[in-house]
Ligand binder design. Structure first.
Ligand code: SAH
Length: 208
């Protein structure tokens, strides 16, 4: 169920659906997604679907994780990435070897605690986790060269725009349930540019 062949099949599917980055595809092959879900769901871990992880939250669909990582890191020459919505940490683990430092914020402390342990068990050490409200970002280490938000916001959070470095990139799903658009936001010297990457479906970015 978690064999090399099963993982290769997932990688092939993502390639067939337009994922091009070899670095990202190799991370999808390497990261043991079955360790991020309950044992009862482990046999489905390499299907290209979102799965429940408890507390009303989900682990993102592999294609979405791959697409967001690819969009964030294309032409990326920065060092720091802020992630909002750590959840089980799968997206974090996929990104970790591809960037220097990840700061990640999760509003459910129980989830965060488990994820901290899981990342340590996987020998991932360049991630700093914090419980909190992602709408506020994480001012302490700002500005960030990249920001990735893995829950859907009704609009672009102002604090996150402020915490994005000039030349930086943010990937974020925006819109109400059923009408979410994945946006790539580029911070230029004196303005922001938005590129739509297509329709997606995420749990909401809860306020407060
Ligand atoms: N990144 C995860 C998917 C996360 S699902 C993966 O790789 O699978 C979205 C996560 O965002 C949930 O864990 C939810 O608790 C969290 N979240 C929702 N609103 C938030 C907020 N305002 N601040 C921080 N985290 C939030």
């Amino acid at each position: 169920m978690t064999s090399a062949r099963t993982r290769d099949r997932l990688v092939q599917r993502l390639k067939d659906h337009g994922i091009r980055s070899e670095a990202v595809l190799s991370q999808i092959r390497n990261v043991p997604r079955h360790l991020f879900v309950d044992e009862a769901l482990a046999s489905r871990a390499y299907e290209d679907t979102a799965l429940p992880i408890g507390l009303g939250q989900t682990i993102s669909q592999p294609w979405v994780v791959a697409r967001m990582t690819e969009a964030l890191l294309e032409d990326f020459d920065g060092e720091s990435v802020l992630e909002i919505g750590t959840g089980c940490g799968y997206q974090t683990a996929v990104m970790a070897p591809l960037v220097k430092k990840i700061y990640t914020v999760e509003r459910i402390p129980e989830l965060m605690k488990k994820t901290r342990r899981r990342l340590r068990d996987l020998d991932i050490y360049n991630v700093q986790l914090r419980p909190g409200d992602g709408w506020e970002g994480w001012p302490k280490y700002a500005p960030y060269d990249g920001i990735i938000v893995t829950a859907a916001a009704p609009r672009l959070p102002e604090k996150l725009l402020e915490q994005l470095a000039p030349g930086g990139r943010m990937v974020i799903p925006v819109g109400p349930p059923g009408f979410q658009d994945l946006l790539l936001v580029l911070r230029k010297d004196d303005h922001f540019e938005e590129v739509s990457l297509g329709a997606v479906s995420f749990v909401p970015l809860v306020q407060g």
